[in-house]
Design a protein around this ligand. Structure first.
Ligand code: B12
Length: 407
């Protein structure tokens, strides 16, 4: 059986670890003939030609990638191949995704078991399988197949270092209203063991010769004992490569940060979101401004690079709330700061099919959207505030200026 896996176009050149996982699991179960294409690096013609004789073609889709995925599927679909869509967007909207006649099946949620079932002949239209209990039992993502060297080269051109991502867990127990993560993972979190994480860490460093590892988990610091074991073992084994991770300010403290620093952590990224307690509550973020202050002060003291993600545009937000966010940023002095505007992506609390069903997510996102307004602020007001804040913190701003015409 010939299998093709496609990462449709997106404005980020990020490694398709999801398809790397799907592929290595399929390989482990005897399916060898797998090829991979990336819409970022490969042209449409190369992708279509490369899929001509594939029996099963799998697309991985966030909402921004759907448009390109559907376009490619329309060119690849034949009567005797099986087109499968998986990832966040199809997981949120399985039935809707299947309204496109070029798509034969949708995998909702975790993909490894479900895709294997398809390869073995399963022909259900919507496939959702129980989550793999033991994450250590999954083979590491096939980074050679997904041609990660291309992503590394791109990151190297942008940052001057060779970077790769890694996941230590799957899922997030929290219910922030702006996030769609639960639509793939539910709210249950599963963790890998420290040994298993370190084995992949070392393998990636040795084989791909990277200088830096990014933990891309929603939050790396959910399970304290795991973080501690990871850090202690990384130090013991003299694995020196530096790394960074997402933290929640309520799930990390000075002691933990100190150990992380000793184990080579260079940067922490935190969803601060707002300086207004009222808005944090509306977000269901379940953190306090005081926790933000403490974590940013402690990590500054330790010499960690600190990135803060701020979110504008919650329905109840006023100019006064934005001023509170600004004051908080002035106080915690993050080294890097991002200001985005709430985007009602499918899978988030604010997605309404009637209102947003027709939105082209390949050109609308939390940097550039003309949809979001609050009870007090128009969309224009929000963009004015965003632009003002980006300008004010220009030296350390994490802001992506996306071309207006999309990808
Ligand atoms: C890490 C991450 C990033 C990183 C990627 C880094 C990297 N190297 O992976 C970066 C920073 C680049 C990024 C960028 C963006 N991200 Co992001 N990101 C995430 C995050 C935290 C994890 C994604 C991930 O890789 N998970 C691990 C892999 C293994 O899981 P997975 O992709 O879901 O794949 C599994 C299943 O979905 C399924 N599956 C996936 N594909 C396929 C395909 C087939 C054929 C099958 C059968 C199964 C299958 O099987 C996989 C293994 O079990 C998620 C939140 C989350 N936890 O989901 C947000 C998330 C995916 N991102 C999101 C968004 C919005 C974006 C951006 C659009 C933001 C922006 N405007 O810049 C961009 C663009 C992304 C794109 N390509 O379109 C949203 C998507 C919402 C939506 N409705 O699509 C999420 C859910 C967060 C949120 N805000 O709610 N992101």
């Amino acid at each position: 059986m010939k299998i093709a896996l496609i990462q449709p176009k997106s404005f980020h050149a990020w490694e398709a670890l999801n398809l790397g996982y799907i592929a290595s699991f399929a390989r482990k179960n005897g399916f060898e003939d797998i090829r991979f294409f990336s819409g970022f690096f490969d042209s449409d013609e190369e992708i279509v030609a490369g899929c001509r004789d594939a029996d099963v073609v799998g697309f991985s889709c966030t909402s921004p990638q759907m448009k390109h995925a559907e376009y490619l599927a329309s060119r690849i679909k034949r009567s005797n191949n099986h087109i499968v869509f998986g990832g966040v967007h199809p997981s949120c909207e399985p039935e809707r995704t299947l309204e496109n006649n070029d798509i034969d099946a949708v995998v909702a949620g975790e993909g490894e078991q479900a895709f294997l079932e398809i390869l073995k002949g399963g022909r259900d239209r919507i496939i959702k399988r129980p989550y793999v209990e033991d994450l250590d039992s999954l083979p590491f993502p096939d980074r050679r197949l997904i041609k990660q060297e291309r992503n590394i080269q791109t990151a190297y051109r942008d940052n001057g270092i060779r970077i790769a991502s890694l996941f230590s867990s799957r899922g997030c127990p929290f219910s922030c209203v702006f996030c769609a993560s639960h639509s793939v993972w539910s709210r249950k979190v599963r963790f890998r063991s420290a040994d298993n994480i370190l084995e992949e860490f070392k393998q990636v460093v040795d084989e791909l010769k990277v200088d830096f590892i990014k933990f891309s988990d929603d939050t790396f610091t959910i399970k304290r004992s795991l973080v501690e074991e990871f850090c202690v073992k990384k130090i013991d084994r003299r694995i020196k490569t530096p790394w960074a991770c997402n933290v929640r300010v309520d799930m990390v403290d000075e002691q933990m940060l100190k150990l992380m620093k000793e184990a080579g952590c260079r940067e922490i990224w935190a969803g601060v979101e707002s300086g207004s307690p009222r808005i944090l509550k509306e977000m269901n973020k379940k953190i306090t401004v005081e926790q933000v202050r403490r974590v940013f002060a402690a990590s500054r003291e330790l010499g960690l690079i600190r990135r803060a993600y701020m979110l504008l545009g919650m329905p109840e937000e006023t100019l006064e709330d934005i001023k509170l966010s600004e004051a908080l940023v002035d106080e915690i002095k993050p080294d890097v700061v991002g200001f985005t505007i709430l985007a009602p992506y499918p899978g988030t609390r604010y997605y309404e099919r009637g209102l947003h069903g027709g939105v082209d997510w390949s050109v609308v996102d939390e940097y550039e959207n003309r949809i979001t307004k609050t009870r007090a602020l128009s969309n224009e007001d929000l963009h004015t505030e965003q632009a003002r804040l980006v300008e004010k913190y220009r030296a350390g701003v994490a802001y992506r200026h996306k071309p207006k015409n999309g990808n």
